[in-house]
Design a protein around this ligand. Structure first.
Ligand code: NAD
Length: 378
């Protein structure tokens, strides 16, 4: 028996921010990053809130949010006596707010449990609907996934006009993160019919709309479709977890400081080949992951009877897409120093094996497997 439950109420489309106007008499702690304030994007949100509420803006969030920033945020929101949290930004701002909500609840012995409204400004992480937050310990060079239903946002507002300002590199990095979520949820050991349906839909949407959003950031149909796809993929992996691609990305991200989606994209072809056991040859019986990847391949027009040949074509199609999006094919192409790579490879592989997302991977990797994937990715 499986329990399928979605807690977060989702509002999507051009006028979804109007939902904020129903909030009144609250002390709202808005968590965001400096870009949102500087660019004026935050005004689009506060304009809907300011009149009937008290606001405090904490705009100090940086990519891969460190624990120290979260502690500062908690001190400030306690001083302000916040009664509602609103997170505005990419995965980093939303994850940081989720961590604040969680720690505050624990510190108050469950007495303070603030509602959270998540407003994503990137189309990538799906954090607005997940019970998942990634926090960085910069001193130790480790990213920790915090996984608990306690951090699920109450409401998610998906207005693509907030993503319009995202430059091409952020559009493609975050868009390919969506693709990683689809692929990992689909082959996860926990996958079910519900998560498969969501992952399949979001997968098709990425192939239809990401290149369009990358070529023309003002293509609002493509932007909104990618915004929805990101959320749909988030719903899929919230149910069934992710896999080794994210396990390695969390471990490597804290060391190499490559943007999360870009890192996932470099790893992706190698992870698919590993999971589908492509080295055993195409005539060998396909494993479960190979059969499932072949299903996804069919959805984007790869109609090949042999599942492993379909997987090979899927990998090539992803590599072509990556090229068309001007993304690097390897860590080296990204500019990672070889000495840094060599001196951290073993510890990154070790951390990847311990990451919570790795537990849902369809193949159980060894230290040697992960080191080999890292070498291939370099
Ligand atoms: P991000 O939040 O780290 O932001 C990256 C950069 O984009 C920042 O400089 C930010 O200012 C800028 N930015 C954001 N929105 C913009 C816009 N509309 N216009 C212009 N610039 C904009 O990026 P992200 O990829 O959304 O999030 C990555 C983080 O999320 C990582 O820490 C990753 O580990 C985590 N993550 C979380 C989940 C989850 O379920 N919680 C899932 C995947 C990844």
């Amino acid at each position: 028996m499986e329990r399928i439950q979605f807690k977060t109420q989702i509002w999507t489309g051009a006028d979804s921010l109007e939902e904020l106007e129903s909030i009144s008499g609250r002390r709202i702690f808005v968590v965001t990053d400096p870009f949102m304030v500087k660019s004026g994007s935050l005004d689009k949100i506060t304009d809907h809130l300011a009149e009937k509420n008290e606001l405090d803006i904490f705009s100090d969030i940086q990519p891969d949010p460190p624990i120290t920033k979260i502690v500062t945020g908690i001190e400030e929101l306690q001083k302000f006596k916040a009664t509602l949290l609103v997170a505005v930004g990419g995965g980093s701002a939303i994850d940081a707010t989720k961590a604040m909500k969680f720690i505050l609840k624990k510190m108050s012995k469950n007495e303070t449990d603030l509602d959270l409204i998540a407003i994503p400004t990137t189309s990538g992480t799906g954090s607005e609907v997940t019970n998942f937050a990634v926090i960085t310990n910069s001193d130790k060079g480790i990213k920790y996934p915090l996984v608990t239903d306690d951090i699920l946002p109450k409401v998610a507002l998906l207005d693509a006009s907030l993503v319009e300002s995202a430059p091409q590199n952020i559009t493609v990095d975050t868009g390919m993160d969506v693709l990683t979520h689809c692929l990992e949820a689909y082959v996860s050991v926990n996958a079910n019919d519900f998560s498969d349906a969501l992952a399949e839909k979001a997968f098709q949407m990425v192939f239809t709309y990401l290149k369009r959003a990358s070529d023309n950031g003002k293509d609002m149909e493509a932007r909104q479709k990618m915004h929805d796809a990101s959320c749909i993929a988030g719903m899929a992996f919230n149910m069934v977890n992710l896999g080794l691609n994210h396990g390695i990305a969390h471990a490597a991200g804290a060391q190499y400081h490559i943007p999360h989606g870009r890192l996932n994209t470099i790893l992706m072809p190698h992870i698919i080949a590993y999971n589908a056991d492509m080295s055993s040859g195409v005539m060998e019986n396909p494993n479960r992951a190979a059969v499932k990847y072949a299903n996804l391949a069919r959805l984007i027009g790869i109609n090949v009877a042999n599942p492993k040949i379909a997987v090979r074509n899927l990998i090539n199609t992803i590599i072509q897409l990556r090229k068309r999006l001007n993304m690097p094919a390897s860590f080296q192409e990204y500019g990672l120093d070889e000495q840094v790579f060599k001196s951290t490879k073993i510890s990154v592989a070790r951390a990847a094996l311990k990451d919570r997302t790795t537990t849902a991977n369809p193949r159980v990797p060894t230290q040697a497997d992960v080191e080999a994937i890292l070498e291939e990715s370099f």
